[in-house]
Design a protein around this ligand. Structure first.
Ligand code: ARG
Length: 622
């Protein structure tokens, strides 16, 4: 084949060839890269061609010429070799769009260049580091669906970067420090002392209850008291409220004492705190493991791990004139934001933002991240905007010797809604426990898998059900636009057809079964058989497969995993159309069969690779 394909990506290959033609047509009159960009896109009217070049109109404007004439000149100057049909004036549409149809030989050559173990994904010369902030659960609180999104999206983003050859470091920014934690620590200490709970047998449910109790006890209902006084509600009501308020104040004072003891690392208090941390983290890690989310103990970097850095950091920022004092508090003003970033309260206490500033410094300067990505719910957008800007101002976001700051990004996500389109809650109005939700997904998946395959051995059915459940739960989360809310529906996500995780697994299983059948019939698979994607369904599938590497890159750039889901779903549906239209094992001649088998193989590898990059396990049969 005379075609020299340095890139398997048709858009890149066409861009390169057409740019040469456009440069010639511009004749030095225009030099900006933007104006010389052929602007190749998938054709808006597929009946006219596979791709279109939209450059003529812009170029004509700059040259002060008629766009159709410029298009004619480009068509004349273009040499697309074996890649596409030669261009003629008939390929010009409207004001100067140029339609391009690839030749079958061109598509075949692109496919062969793409068919490598890396599936066209280039290795970077030097691995860069990305830090992904995910999970971020809080001590003594049950995990709920909000954490599910952070885990799933964070893990998928980390995996996509890994697939692109980056070093990824996951950071579980545990909420394990500060007054609320001291409150529950104090409450647990009281319960242990009274013999009502045993530290060894403590569960997350106990902690969740004690956390809420502590919150309630410490929350002085000052407003209630004021209301009672205003309406002179009677001495009894007022006395009752007064007692509650002073009780709350006493409770709060105790919690503040506990906080001081924690800060001083007093062993008895620390032991209780550690137990609370262990119980919370072990539940979090067990959920991650069940979901196939790669987060381990080693990824824990709780707020407590920054406690010693906060005071010195604030002092340093004041000394360098980055932070300033305002009404007794310490703030960092940031350009473009009305609210400054508060880093120390007037009572000397530090804030969530102070810890996050120190976390950025560690992530960039110690871990060496050139990108730090926060998979946290959209309601924290202002917080991150403030902290990012403050960190950049403080120089915390710049690696030693780097020319500029690393990229700090908030991959914000929307809410999970119930089928009533309200925030997802149990019937009694509580948050849905993540552990319960996952258990239900696994149980439902297992029932479906066993009903479909009554003869499968137990272990295998179990393993398949696990893949189906994980695929179902992750796919809805990832395939929807990250920033949007989505509706959680077991029935919909577990369906085997439509845009669902199980459908994707099923598509892959179908392809794998073609190879089992081939082996049974003694048909050998030739991984070097020439491709011949002559049928329209073959060509459509091929063009979709070729977009795999650029789609992965666009996910890393936009932090939008749904782009990969969209492509994989398209591949799966185009495969299905191809398989309906083009016999594979029963193809008319051996060379067509060999080419089609190779297309099947490539499709299976793209699907498995893409699902892997999203953190979705696959199955051999279903
Ligand atoms: N614990 C926090 C919360 O529940 C989330 C932590 C997100 N990560 C961060 N670096 N702030 O809201």
């Amino acid at each position: 084949m005379s075609l020299e394909v340095r890139q398997f990506d048709p858009v890149a290959a066409l861009t390169e060839r057409l740019r040469a033609a456009i440069v010639r047509v511009a004749g030095g009159g225009v030099t900006e890269a933007e104006a010389l960009d052929p602007r190749i896109e998938a054709n808006k009217r597929p009946e006219l061609g596979d791709f279109q070049c939209n450059a003529a109109m812009g170029l004509a404007k700059r040259l002060g010429k008629n766009p159709r004439e410029v298009a004619q000149a480009i068509v004349k100057a273009a040499d697309l070799g074996d890649l596409a049909e030669p261009l003629t004036d008939k390929d010009i549409a409207g004001p100067g769009f140029i339609n391009i149809r690839l030749r079958t030989a061109g598509v075949a050559a692109l496919l062969s260049a793409f068919d490598t173990p890396a599936l066209g994904v280039p290795r970077p010369e030097q691995a860069e580091t990305v830090v992904v902030d995910l999970c971020g659960v809080n001590l003594a609180k049950q995990m709920h669906v909000g954490h599910l999104r952070s885990m799933i999206i964070g893990d998928a983003i980390a995996r996509v970067f890994e697939r692109l050859g980056w070093r990824s470091v996951r950071q579980n920014h545990l909420g394990d420090w500060g007054l609320p934690i001291a409150m529950v620590t104090h409450r647990v200490a009281e319960e242990v002392q009274a013999g009502r709970v045993s530290l060894d047998a403590l569960t997350l449910d106990d902690l969740d209850r004690l956390y809420k109790e502590a919150q309630r006890e410490c929350a002085a209902d000052n407003r209630g008291l004021a209301t009672a006084r205003r309406w002179t509600m009677g001495p009894k009501a007022i006395a009752e409220l007064e007692a509650q308020v002073s009780g709350a104040e006493a409770e709060l004072a105790e919690a503040k004492g506990t906080l001081l003891r924690l800060q001083a690392r007093e062993p008895a208090t620390l032991r209780i705190w550690q137990r609370i941390a262990d119980v919370t983290l072990s539940e979090c890690l067990s959920i991650c493991e069940r979901l196939g989310v790669k987060v381990s103990q080693a990824d824990t970097a709780g707020e407590s791990s920054y406690a010693g850095e906060l005071g010195p950091a604030v002092d340093d920022l004041l000394a360098r004139g980055i932070a300033e004092t305002s009404e007794g508090a310490t703030v960092i003003r940031v350009e473009g934001l009305d609210q400054p970033c508060l880093i120390r309260k007037s009572d000397g206490g530090f804030l969530y933002a102070t810890t996050d500033l120190c976390a950025i410094r560690r992530r960039v300067q110690k871990i060496g991240a050139s990108r730090v990505i926060y998979c946290v719910d959209a309601r924290q957008s202002l917080h991150f905007a403030q902290v990012f800007a403050a960190a950049v101002r403080a120089g915390f976001a710049t690696r030693p010797g780097a020319p500029g700051p690393s990229r700090l990004q908030h991959a914000a996500f929307g809410m999970v809604l119930g089928e009533d389109h309200r925030p997802f809650k149990t019937r009694s109005g509580d948050n849905v426990r993540l552990a319960d939700l996952i258990r239900e997904a696994f149980e439902r998946a297992e029932a479906i898998v066993r009903a479909k395959n009554p003869d499968l051995p137990g272990d295998e059915a179990h393993a398949i059900a696990r893949a189906v459940a994980i695929a179902a739960v992750k796919w809805v989360d990832l395939s929807n636009d990250r920033i949007k809310d989505y509706v959680f529906s077991f029935d919909r996500m577990l369906a085997f057809d439509g845009d669902t995780g199980p459908y994707l697994l099923y598509a892959l299983v179908r392809i794998r079964s073609i190879f089992r059948k081939a082996a049974e019939r003694g048909v050998a698979f030739d991984p070097r058989a020439p491709f011949d994607p002559a049928a329209p369904a073959e060509r459509a599938l091929a063009l979709s497969l070729l977009r795999f590497p650029s789609t992965l890159q666009s996910v890393a750039e936009s932090l939008e995993p749904h782009r990969l889901c969209t492509l994989l779903y398209e591949v799966a549906t185009l495969f299905s159309k191809f398989f309906d239209a083009c016999p594979v094992l029963n193809a008319d001649d051996p060379s067509t069969r060999a080419s089609r088998l190779r297309l099947c193989d490539l499709t299976a590898r793209v699907l498995a690779d893409g699902l892997g990059a999203l953190g979705i396990p696959t199955a051999e049969r279903m």
